[in-house]
Design a protein around this ligand. Structure first.
Ligand code: HAM
Length: 425
């Protein structure tokens, strides 16, 4: 039997790759002072249906009745859960808060490259601060995550926009605020849908607007409200990554100002990440108990991994992480069974020091042991045989060999550990 469409099995190699992504996510988030939080995967349907949270996501919910007749939903995103938690606990924390989460989300989307029905999403959100410095901090973190996996300004772009610019556009065209959601929905799809469909939708919403007017506005309008943020990003040396693009409005309903999406410059892939400012959601979801401006983003694992694999320098970086974290570092080759007990003692001692060590569990030919060592991606083989207590070390990558006593072996390994910060061999 296969997993359901859009769901994945994770074999050990897939887990190792996921570990690479989540390690870089965690490391970058922590560098910006973000702390990890978590919440349940199953939430009350009310959280998504009653309040202002959704957008397209509402048509993609995994929703059902549980055995207690509660209407429940597998979370399609983390932001409403975060807003709910903050609404109940905000008094216990000093503002601003910097919180991140890595967790599974569920959307009944058409499974395709970079889009699944169960995916891992990183969320980083800065709450309780409305200044552009907060927006810059969050976008800076997003860019640092790309840098951490070897992606630079020639690989990714952050397309930046401001919904307030669109609000002004509606006012200038005498359109009521209620039309905002419809217009934003049309703009969100303008690049992906055929023009005839956009025209049709626009005609249903306004008689005074045309697709041409929208396209011209996207091309020519300025967004002066973004100037302070752009300045902040320049001060961080990140301006190269940013492109102001008013066609970015985001599909979710709750954004109130700055919005952004990260894309590959190679084209082809869906957005790598997306986020923005949502200054009213916490107020809405806490029934007024808390009121806090907020800005953040979400990033999925699959589209990022696909992209890394297609960029040689990023793929190399991933490969060297995977090699350094291979399942085995040291393989003990037992060339003479008389010394099995000594080999086991040596293995135990090495493991106590934190090395990842394997040895054959039953009698094996020496050549078979060496191929097992290669298969486990060990970098060092230590041969224990008739010369005991003298050991033979073989570096499996360079084929270099040397003879050494156990005492010197430990000294040597301790030195290597220090000089390579724990990644040796
Ligand atoms: P979103 O744009 O819906 O935003 O998703 C953010 C990212 O999650 C996407 O850019 C993509 O990397 C990943 N993603 C979304 N759907 C899928 C899918 N079906 N399969 C794989 N990956 C997917 C949000 O979710 C907002 N809650 C983000 C946010 C946080 N805004 C403020 N704070």
């Amino acid at each position: 039997m296969q997993p359901l469409p859009g769901f994945r099995d994770f074999l050990p190699d897939d887990c190792a790759q996921r570990d690479y992504i989540t390690t870089q996510w965690r490391r970058s988030a922590k560098c910006y002072g973000f702390v990890e939080f978590d919440g349940p995967a199953l939430e009350s349907a009310e959280l998504y249906e009653k309040k202002n949270s959704g957008g397209e996501i509402l048509s993609q919910l995994y929703s059902f009745r549980d055995r207690g007749e509660r209407s429940v939903v597998l979370r399609p995103e983390m932001t409403p859960t975060l807003a709910r938690i903050i609404g109940s606990h905000h008094r216990s924390f000093l503002k601003p808060l910097r919180w991140f989460n890595i967790g599974h989300c569920y959307r009944y989307e058409k499974p395709q490259r970079g889009r699944l029905r169960e995916f891992l999403q990183l969320n980083c959100d800065l709450l309780g601060e409305s200044s552009p410095a907060a927006d810059a901090e969050v976008i800076g973190l997003l860019i640092d995550i790309f840098k951490s996996v070897g992606l630079g300004p020639r690989d990714v772009v952050i397309r930046l926009s401001d919904r307030l610019v669109w609000q002004q556009f509606l006012q200038d065209h005498d359109l009521p605020d209620e039309k905002m959601r419809e217009i934003l929905h049309i703009v969100d799809k303008i690049e992906r849908e055929p023009q005839s469909k956009t025209e049709e939708k626009l005609a249903a919403c306004s008689s005074s607007l045309s697709v041409k007017m929208l396209q011209q506005f996207i091309k020519e309008a300025k967004a002066p409200s973004l100037a302070p943020l752009l300045q902040e990003l320049s001060a961080r040396g990140l301006r190269d990554y940013i492109q102001v693009d008013l066609s970015i409005v985001r599909g979710l309903a709750y954004y109130t100002g700055v919005v952004f999406e990260a894309f590959s410059l190679q084209g082809g892939l869906r957005a790598l990440a997306g986020g923005g400012r949502y200054d009213h959601l916490i107020h809405h979801l806490s029934d007024g108990a808390a009121n806090m401006p907020a800005v953040g983003f979400g990033m999925g694992d699959t589209v990022l991994l696909d992209f890394i694999t297609s960029i040689p320098s990023a793929a190399e970086k991933k490969a060297s992480y995977l090699a350094a974290n291979a399942p085995c570092q040291i393989y003990l080759v037992i060339a003479d069974e008389t010394y099995r007990e000594e080999a086991i003692m040596l293995a135990s001692q090495l493991r106590r020091e934190g090395w990842r060590v394997l040895f054959p569990l039953s009698t094996e030919r020496v050549s078979k042991q060496f191929s097992n060592a290669q298969a486990a991606r060990a970098t060092l083989a230590i041969v224990i045989g008739a010369e005991w207590p003298l050991l033979k070390i073989k570096h499996l990558n360079t084929r270099e060999e040397e003879e050494i006593t156990p005492e010197h072996l430990f000294k040597k390994l301790a030195g290597e550990l220090q000089s390579r910060q724990g990644t040796f061999p």
